[in-house]
Design a protein around this ligand. Structure first.
Ligand code: FCB
Length: 482
């Protein structure tokens, strides 16, 4: 044997920034964004299939019909995850694949896909984390009223029970909803997401029924899953900063915090909707009619983990006449629309935190992740996971066939340092899931934005791990950052 090289010594040394033992090193995806096979094995359209087919809604008319064909290539994809050393993988279950019309019995062929996927993950020592709802409501339920109607919450709990009964023996961690803020306010408020409706009252009603669906689903899952199962929800809580230290800008923070964050954490974790949220939106909905006796207790069923999706901080101010351009209003990072996704607080102005931007136009500021985790630990005292964090950049395959993405590597490094800082400050963070494992269908942006650490050539479906993937793999191997 030859002497170890200096590089080998470095690799064996303890990392400069270490993470707790058992920390989950993951990557995340969502069903509609990667699976394809949109009409196979009994799957029927979701609101995203219909929205994507509506002219003008998704860039270039892209759809998830084929996506990255993960439905047929999952074995190859899981092998790639194993090669990179991922210890966990977060994916979502497609409701219209499991329960096509949102009613009635489960479709075995749909469940078989998830059985095979989870078995393959487990064979490779990768722990599955399943999200029940990553935005793909069965279209039939939208036609019956969608999330603005109460019945949808009960439909969701029934679907959750079907999924848990079939897959509960092999999935240890479940999250109910992914980013319900987007489902309610982009789906029914600004209309930039499916189903593309633009009614502020409906958006608020959708929010309540998503909350209720979460609570009912937690109840159903607890009955069916082993006692060791961990239940959660993935929220895109906005880390808010006032533009200036004036009372007016602090009031802007309060308003967006109410309709962006506390509309979820209030009922889910504190037992009820915040009074200031109800006051800010009283002209739009009658909360006493919307929230029935017992709803808040149902929504507040205990969960085991709080999952955070974080991309950038959000800077807000009171209306600034000199800044009141369409651009300023759009700086919330959630896509352009003539309709606001902030019911009752439409006049608040959003500002970019800095001009160090990703290809989405989202500012890079990892301190917001530390602040989020430390604040959530203080406010709720739950173990946490970061279930999404990552960045889109203009990746290209080089002449050497490789994809060099130093900007993504830098983004992830900064954010992992931010997680480590939060842990050092006392936050109980148990895992990190990079968004995303593969390039995929980025909602209204279609295939134009690449978030993957694995590049996908959409014409050939060829997978090429980017340099960030090799780097992340090293981080996982060392258990931390050098
Ligand atoms: C989140 C979504 C995820 C992906 C990333 C970029 O809001 O949950 O599906 O689109 O943004």
């Amino acid at each position: 044997m030859t002497d170890p090289t200096p590089a080998a010594h470095a690799a064996a040394a303890a990392p400069r920034v270490a993470f707790p033992p058992g920390f989950a090193w993951g990557a995340a995806t969502a069903a509609y964004q990667i699976e394809g096979a949109a009409a196979e094995d009994g799957r029927t359209p979701s609101i995203w299939d219909v929205f994507a087919r509506t002219p003008g809604k998704v860039l270039n008319g892209d759809t998830g019909d084929v996506a990255v064909d993960h439905y047929h290539r999952f074995r190859e994809d899981v092998r790639l995850m194993a090669d990179l050393g991922l210890t966990s993988y977060r994916f979502s279950l497609s409701w219209p694949r499991i329960q096509p019309t949102g009613r009635g019995p489960a479709v075995e062929r749909g469940l078989d896909f998830y059985r095979a996927l989870t078995d393959t993950l487990l064979e490779h020592g990768i722990s599955p984390v399943a999200t029940l709802y990553h935005w793909d409501l069965p279209q039939d339920l939208e036609e019956a009223g969608g999330w603005p109607v109460r019945e949808t919450a009960y439909r969701f709990a029934e679907y959750a029970a079907l999924a848990a009964a079939a897959l509960g023996d092999r999935i240890p961690v479940w999250t109910t909803l992914n980013e319900p803020w987007c489902s309610a306010f982009l789906g029914y408020g600004s209309g930039v997401h499916a189903p593309g409706r633009t009614n502020p009252a409906d958006a608020l009603k959708a929010a309540h029924h998503l909350n209720l669906g979460h609570g009912l689903a937690v109840g159903a899952l607890r009955e069916l899953l082993p006692a060791s199962a961990q239940l959660s929800v993935s929220l895109n809580l906005h880390l808010l900063r006032p533009l200036t230290d004036t009372p007016e800008d602090h009031e802007a923070v309060r308003r967006i915090d109410a309709v962006g964050n506390r509309i979820w954490t209030g009922p889910m974790l504190k037992g009820g909707y915040p009074e200031d949220l109800k006051a800010d939106t009283a002209h739009l909905v009658d909360w006493d009619e919307l929230v029935r006796p017992g709803d808040e207790a149902e929504i507040c069923r205990p969960i085991d983990l709080l999952c955070l999706n974080y991309y950038n901080p959000t800077v807000v101010s009171a209306p600034r006449p000199e800044l009141e351009t369409a651009d300023a209003a759009r700086n919330d990072g959630h896509g352009a629309s003539d309709h606001s996704p902030w019911p009752g607080s439409e006049e608040i102005v959003f500002h970019l935190a800095n001009d160090d931007l990703t290809a989405m136009g989202w500012p890079i500021d990892a301190s917001g992740l530390t602040d989020s985790l430390v604040g959530l630990q203080r406010d709720f005292g739950l173990p946490m996971m970061v279930t999404e964090n990552g960045a889109a950049f203009e990746d290209v395959v080089g002449p050497d066939g490789e994809v060099h993405d130093p900007e993504r590597l830098r983004y992830v490094r900064l954010h992992l340092e931010a997680v480590a800082e939060a842990i050092a400050a006392g936050a109980d963070v148990r895992g990190y899931y990079l968004w995303s494992f593969l390039d995929n269908f980025e909602w209204a942006y279609g295939y134009s934005k690449r978030f993957g650490i694995v590049h996908v050539d959409y014409a050939t479906q060829r997978r090429t791990p980017k340099s960030s993937a090799a780097w992340y793999s090293g981080v996982i191997r060392r258990g931390g950052l050098d």
